[in-house]
Design a binder for this molecule. Structure first.
Ligand code: AP5
Length: 220
């Protein structure tokens, strides 16, 4: 199963990618998470990406494509993967097509999730992320069992992401409209694009995604 999740900032890509990864027993490949892990580890890539991320801009395509190709060459992706937050420009989509040809594999589906912007803003206001391991919480639907303590690693710093400030969120929405939305037109002719409404509970949306997948995949 090789799947792409596309959607605006905060639409729930990461939430659904984690569920799909567990359901299908394949890894979630989330470029935002990979960049934030590099940032936490103080790598050269992390330092390079930081200024773009903090401004709500995209990290350059060549940097992202090299990072993703290296990840997709790791053995755990042999049975498939969920791409979360990648590709997000048409050149990244073209680059991915080339990478998949080199790896001699094909995509099964591209799922585009959409939600009204005011709903997203409410969700993002309540998102908290563990500064140590990157685990994601939501103060409304998924708070940590002990307030302020990460269940995954025991970290005690649950923060709002730097790019979740209102002015940066606005920039991220603009970037989505200008640079990522055109990917839907790029993928539509493949016949693999599925458009799914992202409003409702996490479980409802998960079931909508499964129902939208090609029949041979939807049952998992
Ligand atoms: P990235 O981390 O990919 O950010 P994003 O695309 O803006 O998406 P988010 O992580 O904000 O949201 P999400 O859709 O995953 O939603 P989530 O599930 O967390 O990228 C960050 C930055 O890195 C980019 O701006 C860019 O600079 C750089 N970057 C990354 N990839 C790149 C690339 N390919 N090329 C270039 N640059 C790149 O949900 C949000 C909240 O809502 C959570 O609290 C969640 O619990 C809650 N929630 C989820 N579902 C529901 C629901 N059904 N009901 C209520 N709440 C819900």
């Amino acid at each position: 199963m090789r799947l792409i999740l596309i959607g605006p900032p905060g639409v729930g890509k990461g939430t659904q990618a984690r569920l799909l990864a567990e359901h299908f027993g394949i890894p979630q490949v989330a470029t935002g998470d990979m960049l934030r892990a590099n940032l936490r580890d103080g790598t050269k890539l992390g330092r390079q990406a930081q200024s773009y991320m903090n401004k709500g801009q995209l990290v350059p395509d060549d940097v992202i494509l090299a990072m993703v190709e290296a990840r997709l060459r790791e053995p755990d992706t042999a049975a498939g993967f969920i791409l979360d937050g990648f590709p997000r420009t048409v050149p990244q989509g073209v680059g991915l097509t080339v990478i998949l040809e080199r790896l001699d594999v094909t995509l099964d589906a591209i799922v585009a999730i959409s939600v009204k912007q005011d709903v997203i803003l409410t969700r993002l206001a309540a998102r908290r992320t563990c500064a140590r391991c990157g685990a994601v919480y939501n103060l409304v639907i998924n708070p940590p069992k002990t307030m302020g303590v990460c269940e995954a690693c025991g970290g005690t710093e649950l923060i709002q992401r730097d790019d979740d400030r209102p002015e940066t969120i606005k920039k991220r929405f603009d970037v989505y409209r200008e640079q990522t939305f055109p990917l839907l037109a790029y993928y539509r002719p493949t016949g693999l694009l599925r458009e799914v409404a992202g409003e409702g509970t996490v479980d409802e949306i998960f079931n909508n995604i499964l129902a939208a997948l090609p029949e041979k995949l939807g049952q998992g």
